[in-house]
Design a protein around this ligand. Structure first.
Ligand code: MN
Length: 257
């Protein structure tokens, strides 16, 4: 049997499970909220064109209104000033959209401290137990934040000092970008950086270092608890928006059972 025939059989019989890591896209999907004077993105919405009525008697369809960085989405290198000469989202090679993924679970730490930051030591500790970070693969950073994703206030967790959501330290972001074979980092939060990352050096280090290195970001993932620490394969399919800095993305994981 060919490799692909084996895969089809494995999916059909459930020995390979397809796990959806994507948050549903609706008006309620949380979006990033930047302070003045920065521009903000819109919430996702549908604009109905017809629904079996005089505007279209036999068909239902909508226009969609969305930001590139709304819901589960893909950050292309060009999204950040450090990657401004890099690929836009339509230029990312399709081969790179199918990749191995490992899951680092920091749920306990993030529950104790919403400003928890992943450090190089945490990742190196993980590799001692689970093996090396995958060549051309994703580090999926689980924080339990997906449990909050049905409520924007809970998800953004902001007070008068700003948003308090877990992320990655500046040094760890630099290390992941420049000293590991990863293709990118995926998170459960609204963006790849911590809520307080505007105050880091450099600001938004995940964006600055990873996108500057030609790597990618995936955000607002869910169901990471259904993946093994290593061994999953992720299919991330952003829309090929020409010139786009990112795109809402369907992210699926293949997991052997
Ligand atoms: Mn983004």
């Amino acid at each position: 049997m060919s490799l692909l025939a084996q895969l089809v059989t494995a999916v059909a019989t459930g020995s390979v499970e397809v796990v959806d890591l994507t948050a549903p896209l609706s008006q309620q999907t949380p979006v990033l909220r930047l302070p003045e004077p920065f521009a903000n993105t819109v919430h996702f919405s549908l604009r109905e064109l017809s629904r079996y009525d005089e505007r279209g008697p036999a068909w239902y369809w909508n226009d969609i209104v969305t930001g590139e960085h709304t819901g589960t989405h893909f950050d292309a290198p060009i999204h950040w000033v450090t990657g401004r000469n890099g690929d836009d989202v339509s230029q990312v090679a399709p081969q790179r959209l199918v990749a191995p993924a490992v899951v680092l679970d920091a749920t306990t730490m993030a529950a104790a401290d919403p400003d928890f930051l992943l450090q190089v030591d945490h990742v190196q500790e993980w590799t001692k137990t689970h093996g090396a970070l995958p060549e051309g693969g994703w580090l999926l950073y689980r924080t339990g934040w997906d449990a909050r994703s049905d409520d924007e206030n809970d998800f953004l967790n902001a007070d008068e000092t700003g948003s308090h959501t877990p992320g990655i330290s500046s040094e760890c972001a630099r290390w992941l970008a420049t000293e590991t074979p990863l293709i990118g980092v995926g998170v459960e939060t609204v963006g790849t950086d911590a809520g307080a990352a505007h105050g880091f050096d450099p600001p938004f280090p995940c964006h600055a270092f990873l996108l500057g290195a030609g790597k990618y970001g995936l955000t607002q993932l869910r169901n990471l608890d259904r993946l093994p620490p290593q061994g999953a394969v992720v299919i991330a399919a952003p829309l090929p928006i020409v010139g786009g800095s990112g795109s809402p993305t369907r992210v699926l994981a293949l997991v052997e059972r």
